[in-house]
Design a protein around this ligand. Structure first.
Ligand SMILES: Nc1ncnc2c1ncn2[C@@H]1O[C@H](COP(=O)(O)OP(=O)(O)OP(=O)(O)O)[C@@H](O)[C@H]1O
Length: 232
């Protein structure tokens, strides 16, 4: 599903140039659950943003389902992302002015799905995320775990092929975090490909595979072993 070849991302500010990703190569197959780990500043978010087509690489290629997307125009990337890729964030990013039902319905509106179809899909996904009983509540009336379940419902209501999660349990206590990880695992076992950035070794255990980044580079198994002897 995903193939990245010799991909680099550099940020240029007035004084300095930062290499966030340096000549990365990686592949992710359909149906995989992959965790991306590494110390702060190693390039995890930069990689997730590129995978999600929110940002483009400075050099190198990104193939999504065999189509080169990294070097496409923004409008083209947006069109490919629509319906294929969705996101879950650490800070939930729900719209405070909309109730739970409307938050989850919104992305379906952009996909031009009819009203009765939307309603059926929203109710189904809210039930699956065990939050259907809160559909008339507003985000601020919910606990963190409930908000994240709504955010996951919103992200998966359009049945994306790829779900990108940026520290999805970062703002949750460990019990609620575990519930969220179980939901993500369930979605993955039904076929959704998941790529998750995490600092939590416990969350990473839910993944099939961990990609470790260090200073913008993917660590090989060998360098990862060497690295394990250093504390970070
Ligand atoms: N928009 C930007 N402009 C300039 N530099 C940036 C920008 N975004 C990221 N960087 C730099 O690129 C490097 C990688 O950042 P990135 O956010 O990808 O790391 P990260 O691994 O996600 O970190 P954290 O775990 O702290 O979120 C860092 O040195 C960061 O300062």
């Amino acid at each position: 599903m995903i193939k990245i070849e010799n991909l680099s991302k550099r940020f240029q500010t007035e004084e300095v140039e930062t290499t966030a990703l340096n000549q990365i190569n990686l592949e992710i197959k359909e149906g995989e659950f992959v965790a991306i780990m590494g110390p702060s500043g190693c390039g995890k978010s930069s990689l997730l943003n590129i995978l999600g087509m929110l940002d483009s690489p400075t050099s190198g290629d990104y193939y999504f389902n065999d189509q080169e997307v990294g070097n496409q125009k923004e409008s083209q990337r947006n069109a490919i992302r629509k319906g294929n890729i969705n996101f879950v964030f650490q800070s939930f990013n729900l719209i405070d002015e909309l109730n739970v039902f409307r938050n989850v319905e919104l992305p379906l509106t952009y996909l031009n799905i009819g009203k009765s179809d939307r309603k059926a899909r929203v109710l189904e996904v809210l039930d699956r995320m065990k939050i259907g009983h809160r559909k008339h509540h507003y985000p601020q009336q919910l606990s963190g775990g409930q908000q994240q379940r709504v955010a996951i419902a919103r992200a998966v209501s359009a049945k994306p092929k790829l779900l990108l999660a940026d520290e999805p349990t970062g703002n949750l206590d460990s019990k609620t975090g575990l519930e969220v990880m179980n939901l993500l695992s369930e979605l993955n076992s039904e076929g959704m490909t998941i790529v998750m950035v995490t600092h939590s070794e416990r969350d990473a255990e839910f993944a099939h595979r961990v990609i470790r980044l260090f200073d913008g580079e993917v660590m090989t198994e060998k360098t990862a072993k060497e690295f394990a002897t250093i504390n970070y």
